[in-house]
Write a protein that binds this ligand. Structure first.
Ligand SMILES: NC(=O)c1ccc[n+]([C@@H]2O[C@H](COP(=O)([O-])OP(=O)(O)OC[C@H]3O[C@@H](n4cnc5c(N)ncnc54)[C@H](OP(=O)(O)O)[C@@H]3O)[C@@H](O)[C@H]2O)c1
Length: 237
């Protein structure tokens, strides 16, 4: 992956941070964006920019002329019964998950087209789109739109730009902290998965890095689960 320029939106923490660490080790030049002012990974190959890209992409002027990959990580977990979900909740999930990705991809499209050997985009959904889960109405609606966006763009941008989606189940990051605070909650979450544990951000990042690279050169328009088997397996011992 040497001599490749990649943008990782949401690379400060969680899955995005693990993606940044792996791409840095592979020698990529990285632009990393998140809202926080500080970023604690330091490398001569990483440039960190503090901005809120779910609402504003003007700041993307710093990007190089040619991009080989874009990862959009920002997401939300707002789990409530429909009666307690306001329209503002739905709109907020839509802004962060869908419109943020749309704005970033619009700003990056021409740069991605300039990558000589093709470029790759990775977006994030959730297991709760394929498998209906209570209290997920707002996030599942927004992430369902992300999956539709990705498939449409994969068709529109082929063969120059590949677009794929990763759909994780519960993964041990800041975003999921409220669902995992305490041993009882962690154990209950683990037991809901056929593989009897929750995911690590590194396991999800490994798939993202694979999808960005040449080894995934014939994969586009896919939604791939990293979910301990919970989306596909019904009967386990
Ligand atoms: N963790 C899970 O259990 C889980 C399950 C299913 C799906 N997912 C999906 O996987 C993706 C990654 O999740 P994660 O758990 O790694 O999330 P995370 O720990 O919250 O990390 C998200 C990153 O995005 C940045 N960010 C958030 N909003 C932003 C914005 N508007 N503009 C720029 N940066 C922004 C955050 O930094 P700042 O706060 O500094 O902006 C952070 O670096 C998400 O799309 C999520 O929906 C996660």
């Amino acid at each position: 992956m040497k001599e490749r320029n990649l943008l990782v939106v949401g690379g400060r923490s969680g899955i995005g941070r693990e993606i940044v660490k792996r791409l840095d080790r592979q020698g990529c030049a990285l632009d990393v964006v998140a809202r926080a002012e500080t970023f604690d990974l330091s490398s001569e190959r990483i440039r960190y920019h503090a901005c809120d890209l779910s609402r504003d992409n003007n700041a993307l002027d710093f990007l190089p002329d040619r991009l080989h990959g874009v990862v959009y990580c920002p997401g939300t977990i707002r789990l409530k019964p429909l009666a307690r979900l306001s329209e503002a909740d739905f709109m907020d999930d839509w802004q962060t998950n869908v419109m943020g990705a749309v704005r970033v991809l619009k700003a990056c499209q021409n740069r991605l087209k300039k990558a000589r050997r093709g470029a790759s985009v990775v977006l994030f959904s959730t297991v709760a789109v394929a498998a209906g889960m209570p209290f997920h109405a707002s996030i599942a609606a927004a992430k369902g739109a992300v999956e539709g966006l990705a498939r449409s763009l994969a068709a529109e941008w082929a063969p120059r730009i590949r677009v794929n989606v990763i759909a994780p189940s519960l993964t041990d990051t800041e975003l999921a902290a409220d669902l995992l605070d305490g041993e009882a909650k962690r154990e209950a979450a683990a037991q809901r998965h056929p593989l009897k544990r929750i995911g690590t951000p590194g396991e999800v990042a490994d798939l993202a890095v694979f999808l960005l690279g040449d080894a995934a050169g014939w994969i586009t328009g896919q939604v791939i689960g990293v979910d301990g088997g919970v989306s596909a397996l019904r009967f386990t011992r």
